[in-house]
Design a protein around this ligand. Sequence first.
Ligand code: URA
Length: 432
Amino acid sequence: MTEIILKKRQGQELSGAEINYFVQGYAGGEIPDYQAAALLMAVFFQGLSGAETAELTLAMAGSGRTIDLSAIPGVKVDKHSTGGVGDKTTLVLAPLAAAAGVPVAKLAGRGLGHTGGTIDKLAAIPGLQTELSIPAFIRQVKEIGVAIATQTRELVPADKKLYALRDVTATVDCLPLIASSIMSKKLAAGADAIVLDVKAGRGAFLPDREDARALARTMVAIGRRLGKATVALLTNMEQPLGRAVGNALEVREAIAALRGEGPADLEELCLALGAVMLVLAKKAADPGEAEEKLAGLLKNGQAWRKLKEMVVAQGGNPEVIENPDLLKVAERQEEITARTAGYVQAVDAKMIGQAAMLLGAGRQTREDQIDLAAGLVLHKKTGERVEAGEPLATLFVNRARYLEDAKKLVQDAYRIGADEPAPQPMILEVIS
Ligand code: URA
């Protein structure tokens, strides 16, 4: 291990065998934290080549259980988002792509920090189970074309251990380590092709567009080296996605989107990501044809019906999908109003995400209990006209402990000015 650390410290390329030795040894408890930490810091400063990054991804993916989806007919396409505020895309996209004939076997996680997790959002649907055994998960995808389950603990144990060490050694923000961490989990989850939604902007994990682009390119390159078709969309996360932030509120918005009545930015993103999924799964010849097909499935109710089927299959109450008013609503609602008239120049996604977290919609620490009904709804988004005194947002409150801080964050998140700002594109770039 000392030789491997020295080699990387000197900027030399590690072999696949050396990388494997490190990953298996660390996951197995034979290599101590201090040596792993030293290697991570050497990687942070010296970087990893494309070959090293692919080897690291492969070694991590192989550190635990891998899922074999070959029993499911068709091209299985996985989708991953680097995380954003109000990002309920999976709730819409999984049933939508399934309705178009793409089998979707989706493993998802819980949220931490100012971005939410799909599993938390699904918990807002009464009765819905996401702790599925792997055989039950595969059976459900074979039967109805879609399942969303909690990522099992046995998947990529090396990543769990390495991530915890990165967290306390200031080595999280290292592109090849982030890319291999994400891609190892996608690889272990067994899909044939991968669509990545890499977000850039205030609410993103990597706010800087150049950083986000570099991450997207690194992940697409890993996919190519490992023989998995991978396409990344670089997408806008300056302001929250859609209007709802918070678990039950986002489920309600996702149901509306599946009926073709969702906010325009959410629909645009879902159609763009879905189009890539359809093309990769050979269900459409090109993105234009794919988008048309998907838009039709939103309009004719088939995508919405697929969500209902999934909810029934996973033990949830389907009446909630028919009538979203049955979802939990917070006791109290507080309005934030505009102090001046003008056009909304920006709605800072990070500040909105933090406000939602303070209201109980997200976790500051892994142990925090989420309030499923808490969150907020934005009445105004970037580019919209507002008059003084008009509502900007409504806060949904059960726990008022940090309410004043949350209100201040929401008020400050809005920048209002005299001129109408130029429209911002949702899809910034396609990297394939
Ligand atoms: N998300 C991951 O899964 N891994 C990282 O390293 C960073 C973000």
